[in-house]
Design a protein around this ligand. Structure first.
Ligand code: UGA
Length: 431
């Protein structure tokens, strides 16, 4: 099939490159000229495991090309995905102006054999609205569908090839058939629904994941008071298949460009329709409180942070990505700087984005440099590499052997063995 993807960000580029890898002919249209030039050279402008190889393979095989928006012959594509950003606006709802702009550019070229697909996360009712706009502007019926994305940053390629499900929201039988055929090789359940239902599935999924994280964070806070071990409580709960083991890692809370934004958007949608989003608001409140509670732990452990040197390990919103959007780690690093601490930070991929936001950070080439002269080590992102740190080496670099683990990594035993005081979830573990 010939496919056009408008927007070569995390979602658009991953989907486009992976579809090309499946054998389709894909054009990714990107309006940012600098990003476009880098993509044409085969450079992926963000950190995403496996994606650079897949992009280069697509480019080399001629199945993947890049163009400016409106420059491609999208009129020859059977499927046109819109995967542009929908950042939060002031009222909590996503700003869909980039989606509307993409529709405006594409509309004059659409014919009735083509399917226009919204990949971007859009407010409920957007797919129906766009279908109506196209009918009004072109005087003809156009096949429009919502196909929400469930890729996680850091494992987006693996998630594309092994999806748990594909959701297709459309009123058009032709669109349902084309999108079912496109996803058939992925061998997963395909659920065809009305567009509004598909849009809600996306919001409800992210809101539920966020709810699990806030739930376990509240449980962890109770565990701390009653001297129970939160990680073991999560493991014990998670082995019940009705609960499941995922998204039960307590820590400094969820961040990123999706979970916080989508919970806020769903709460705003609820209020707009006079439904009180009590649970969603509590999920956000608990999440906000995590950062403050972590700061209090740091203050208590060090007797204040002004003038202290702190080694911050991790700045990205989670391990496996260079993304610092709504990163709890970056937020905490900012609070530490504001409190008068010297922050020596290391992140395997997110240094550039973090330094733009917080120029006062001292960015270090590795964890050991970051630990030089530190009064404490703070683990703020769950990079797997942090689980194999050499604590003997770290012990030689720090001024005071204290580690505060904001991500519940498996480091307590090795840190304690080397003489560190370990403060994680639950009561402080003694040396
Ligand atoms: C999330 C969803 O997981 C994807 O399915 C969805 O496609 C994507 O949003 C999106 O809407 O585009 P992502 O933003 O990549 O993916 O991040 P997650 O893996 O969901 O993690 C979100 C946050 O929760 C991170 O800050 C992570 O550290 C935190 N988290 C996650 C925890 O604190 N504890 C956990 O147990 C799990």
């Amino acid at each position: 099939m010939k496919v056009t993807v408008i927007g070569a960000g995390y979602v658009g580029l991953t989907v486009g490159a992976c579809l090309a890898d499946l054998g389709h002919t894909v054009v990714c249209a990107e309006k940012d000229r600098a990003r476009l030039a880098r993509l044409r050279e085969g450079t992926v402008p963000f950190y995403e495991p496996q994606l650079p190889e897949i992009v280069r393979r697509g480019l080399g095989g001629g199945r993947l090309t890049f163009s400016g928006v409106g420059e491609d012959a999208a009129d020859q594509s059977q499927v046109i995905f819109i995967a542009v950003g929908t950042p939060p606006s002031a009222d909590g709802q996503p700003d869909v102006s980039a989606v509307d702009e993409a529709v405006r550019v594409i509309a004059p070229h659409l014919d009735d054999g083509q399917v226009l697909v919204l990949k971007s996360t859009v407010p409920v009712g957007t797919t129906d609205r766009i279908e109506a706009v196209l009918r009004h502007d072109t005087g003809a019926h156009r096949a429009v569908a919502c196909n929400p994305e469930f890729l996680r940053e850091g494992s987006a390629v693996a998630d594309f090839f092994h999806p748990s499900r594909v959701i297709v929201g459309t009123h058009s039988r032709a669109a349902a058939e084309v999108l079912t055929a496109l996803h058939q090789p992925l061998e997963c359940p395909i659920l065809v629904t009305a567009p509004r239902t598909a849009e809600m599935i996306k919001y409800a999924s992210n809101a539920f994941l966020a709810t699990k994280v806030s739930f376990i964070n509240e449980i962890a806070a109770i565990c701390e008071q009653v001297e129970a071990d939160a990680a073991t409580v999560a493991a014990g709960m998670g082995s019940d298949p009705r609960i499941g083991p995922h998204f039960l890692r307590a820590g400094i809370g969820f961040g990123g460009s999706c979970l916080p934004k989508d919970v806020r958007a769903l709460a705003a949608l609820a209020r707009e329709h006079r439904v009180t989003p009590s649970l969603l608001e509590a999920v956000l409140r608990v999440n906000d409180a995590q950062r403050q509670q972590f700061m209090e732990k740091v203050e208590a452990a060090l007797g204040g942070i002004a003038g202290k040197t702190l080694a911050v390990l991790g700045l990205a919103f989670k391990g496996g990505t260079s993304d610092v959007r709504e990163s709890p780690a970056l937020d905490i690093a900012g609070r530490l700087l504001a409190g008068g601490a010297v922050v020596r930070a290391f992140d395997p991929a997110a240094e550039e984005g973090a330094a733009e936001t917080l120029p006062a950070l001292i960015c270090c080439p590795d964890a050991y440099e970051a630990a030089e002269g530190a009064d404490a080590i703070l683990i703020l992102t769950d990079w797997p590499d942090f689980e194999s740190l050499d604590w003997k080496r770290l012990r030689k670099r720090v001024r005071t052997p204290v580690v505060l683990d904001g991500r519940g990594l498996r480091v307590a035993a090795s840190a304690i063995d080397e003489g560190f005081a370990y403060i994680g979830q639950g009561p402080p573990k003694a040396r």
